[in-house]
Design a protein around this ligand. Structure first.
Ligand code: SF4
Length: 378
């Protein structure tokens, strides 16, 4: 059903409400170890005239020791370090700004990519887990009107390694004890930063594999700790279900009726609420994973009790959890968070239908927590 043009087609300036699906043609980020499977890494080092086992050494250094600097990989001969470093460890992310809150346990980083594109990641440490929220695209072509990232449009897809590097950077900070709470590990990764993950499918799946594969292939994070969000690209949801990866699917629904969803989430003009929910239930059936329905509560837009009732009827008795998100308003925007009494009433209506529901905590608010706000400010 997709009417997207072939990958690499230059993006045109979208008319209002029109979707841009395809990243413009640009220079690609350099190849990095984290872009490659184990077999590809062995082939890459062999091409450089090194023994294939060097790929295992490099992989252990990067994924176990979180070391991306070949010069300090003392298990490699000095002569090989420079060659392998230049070929497999290009600098992909440069920190531009870092903001911390919650006593340093929430840290948001604005990164500059090799071509100047800006993306954001957020580390959130809780008592029982540490979550990295990562970007999968520089900008986003989905055009959701309440979102800072959506307003800027799509710059380009990120590579697998650019995505993985955000997690490794967080893991490094934790391992070094730079985050209050003592040395720790990344336990969860959510693809909820900038971009629509399923519009950059291949790179995102590559990144998910690198995250969940055990050492030396990857970081060894439990697939159950990984959440991939989408506004509802139905064919890609089907593809994801067939990957055999028990990651959580988070569907950004934001409205239970097509009339409103067509405006809040413009991709809905292509795949309607009923179709998107069917794809979500298929995903739950295939993976046995509870689908998370994300619903940003926006004052007087989508927070009426009748919409809570409609949502409750659509999702009750399914393998589902509803996550209500008080909207983090972007500066100058007419969209803002619901009144507390409307939020409470919305929760009550969903509970009345027996639907498991939580209201997301609003970590990072004071550091421009909503995706795209730091990049927009820069
Ligand atoms: S809400 Fe998500 S999908 Fe929509 S424009 Fe923003 S980043 Fe893209």
């Amino acid at each position: 059903m997709s009417t997207a043009s072939p990958a690499g087609t230059p993006a045109r300036t979208p008319a209002p409400g029109q979707l841009t699906f395809v990243a413009p043609r640009r220079a690609k980020p350099a190849r990095h170890l984290a872009d490659l499977t184990m077999a590809e890494r062995r082939a890459a080092v062999a091409e450089l005239g090194e023994k294939p086992f060097r790929a295992d050494q490099l992989s252990r250094q990067y994924f176990d020791k979180l070391n991306g600097d070949p010069q300090s990989m003392t298990d490699l001969p000095a002569a090989a370090r420079e060659k392998l470093g230049a070929a497999l460890f290009p600098a992909l992310l440069t920190p531009v700004r870092e903001l911390a809150t919650d006593g340093g346990t929430t840290r948001k980083t604005l990164w500059r990519l090799f071509d100047g594109a800006l993306v954001e990641s957020v580390l959130m440490r809780y008592t029982d887990r540490t979550t990295m929220c990562v970007s999968s695209q520089a900008g986003c072509g989905m055009n959701c009107p309440f979102c800072a990232t959506g307003q800027a449009g799509l710059t380009r897809n990120m590579s697998t390694a650019e995505i993985v590097e955000q997690v490794v950077a967080g893991a490094r900070a934790l391992a070094k004890g730079e985050v209050p709470g003592g040395p720790g590990r990344v336990s969860n990764v959510v693809f909820m930063g900038m971009g629509e993950p399923l519009a950059n499918y291949k790179a995102v799946i590559g990144a998910v594999r690198r995250l969940v594969e055990p050492s030396p292939s990857g970081l060894g994070i439990s697939a159950r700790g990984v959440t991939v969000s989408t506004v509802g690209l139905v064919p890609a949801i089907g593809k994801l279900a067939a990957e055999g990866l028990p990651v959580t699917l988070a569907l950004s629904l934001h409205a239970p009726d097509d009339e409103l969803r067509d405006t809040l989430v413009p991709i809905n003009t292509r795949w309607k609420v009923a179709e998107v929910l069917d794809a979500a239930w298929d995903y739950a059936a295939k993976t046995k994973r509870r689908v998370s329905i994300e619903y940003a509560l926006i004052k007087d837009i989508n927070d009426q009790e009748w919409r809570a009732d409609l949502l409750g009827k659509l999702v009750r008795n399914k393998l589902v959890h509803v996550n209500l998100i008080p909207l983090n308003p972007t500066p100058g925007s007419k969209w803002t968070a619901s009144r507390p009494e409307d939020e409470r009433a919305f929760v009550r209506r969903l509970e009345h239908h027996g639907v498991p529901v939580t209201v997301r905590d609003t970590r990072g608010r004071e550091i421009d927590g909503a995706c795209g706000q730091l990049a927009a400010a820069e």
